[in-house]
Design a protein around this ligand. Structure first.
Ligand code: ACO
Length: 332
């Protein structure tokens, strides 16, 4: 009998997530800016979001999510060779928050770095870690998406502050032979869209200044309408790209886990892809947009709910500031 020969793939062997305890709902926001629960629900589908406590930073959220992923995988921190963290709200401008997480975990054999791709941060990080493992640069990696967007949002700007939240998700990745694992990664960027979604202040272009804080020009800025259109188009295209590259039909997908920006973007993308409701995982109503954390948080929830079964095809698609966008197709 012919022996099946499998090439090595990077496989997710554990997932974890952590959301801060504090809940900020739409009625709380009604007291902070000129908005209503009805407007937020109708335009975004968001009901509430989590906000980090004053003594919690991105590394704290990331460490808890990573500990849960390691526990599920049955892997010790010392076994991790590499930590890649997608974040735009690290503890400090430098050094990398991944190094702080490495120390918190006691992952003393790992090299660690952050990756800045905004809401695509986790899929970029997953793609990078997968490449490193397949190149033989380690056996096990920890991939994290973690954000405290509440620290860079302008809480006086109703156009943006209602959309975002804090959270962290993590996966343990191992290079294994077999059918399961990452089948493809497709990443894209287009820097010409900078002005539509970015944080103008606190970098080398516009360093920290009293004026930047007082006139609110340093905080996150977004032109929502324009972002919406490009997001739907890019998420659809990059999802098709993954399916085509693997000769897989939409109906064969077990679960589509997109970046949770808002319900209307997700529904418009799902409609264009002709996905059934039960094929899409949506939790943006509970957490809002947690940028690089949305996909690993959703994946952890879906796995713990029994929605990710061995052999099932799972598509992760993300879009974010940069612009950056990408997809990862995997067999669970
Ligand atoms: N409450 C009440 N009214 C509001 C609010 C609010 N929170 N925010 C904006 N408005 C008002 C505007 O001022 C405007 O009023 P006007 O007509 O008097 O000028 C009106 O609502 C309509 O504003 P639009 O921006 O046209 O509203 P739109 O239907 O586009 O919805 C939204 C805004 C929800 C931001 C939408 O554009 C969107 O979802 N964009 C995608 C942005 C996104 O998700 N970004 C996240 C980062 S990128 C990513 O993760 C993919």
């Amino acid at each position: 009998m012919a022996k099946e020969i499998y090439v090595k793939k990077a496989r997710i062997i554990g997932t974890g997530s952590y959301l801060p305890e504090k809940v900020l709902n739409n009625f709380d926001l009604e007291k902070m800016v000129d908005t209503t629960n009805d407007w937020i629900l109708a335009r975004t589908g968001i009901e509430e979001r989590r906000i980090a406590a004053d003594n919690e930073s991105t590394s704290d959220l990331a460490t808890k999510a990573a500990q849960r992923a390691l526990e599920m995988a049955g892997v010790t921190p010392e076994e991790i060779d590499l930590i890649v963290m997608g974040t735009i709200t690290g503890d400090y401008p430098w050094p990398a928050t991944a190094c702080i997480v490495q120390n918190n975990l006691g992952a003393k054999n790992a090299y660690a770095y952050d990756l800045s791709a905004a809401c695509s941060g986790f899929v970029y990080a997953l793609s990078s870690a997968s490449d490193f493992l397949l190149a033989g640069r380690g056996k096990k990696a920890l991939v994290i998406g973690a954000e405290t967007l509440s620290r860079i949002v302008d809480w006086t700007d109703r156009n943006t502050c209602v959309l975002f939240g804090d959270g962290a998700g993590a996966v343990v990745l191992e290079a294994q032979e077999g059918e399961s694992g990452i089948l493809s990664c497709h990443m894209h960027s287009d820097g010409s869209y900078l002005d539509l979604l970015y944080q103008p202040g606190f970098g080398s272009k516009n360093p920290v200044s009293v004026q930047g804080i007082e006139d609110r020009s340093s905080f996150l800025k977004m032109q929502g309408n324009e972002v919406f259109k490009v997001a739907v188009r890019s998420l659809t295209e990059v999802s098709h790209e993954a399916l085509k590259a693997n000769d897989i039909k939409v109906k064969d997908l077990s679960l589509f886990i997109p970046h949770q920006a808002n319900r209307r973007i997700l529904e418009a993308t799902a409609k264009r892809l002709k996905l059934q409701d039960e094929q899409c995982y949506i939790n943006v109503n509970k957490y809002g947009n947690t940028s690089g954390a949305t996909i690993p948080v959703a994946m952890d929830e879906a796995y713990r709910q029994g929605l990710l079964k061995e052999g099932g095809l799972v598509l992760l698609s993300a879009f974010g500031g940069g612009f950056t966008w990408g997809s990862v197709l995997l067999r669970w």
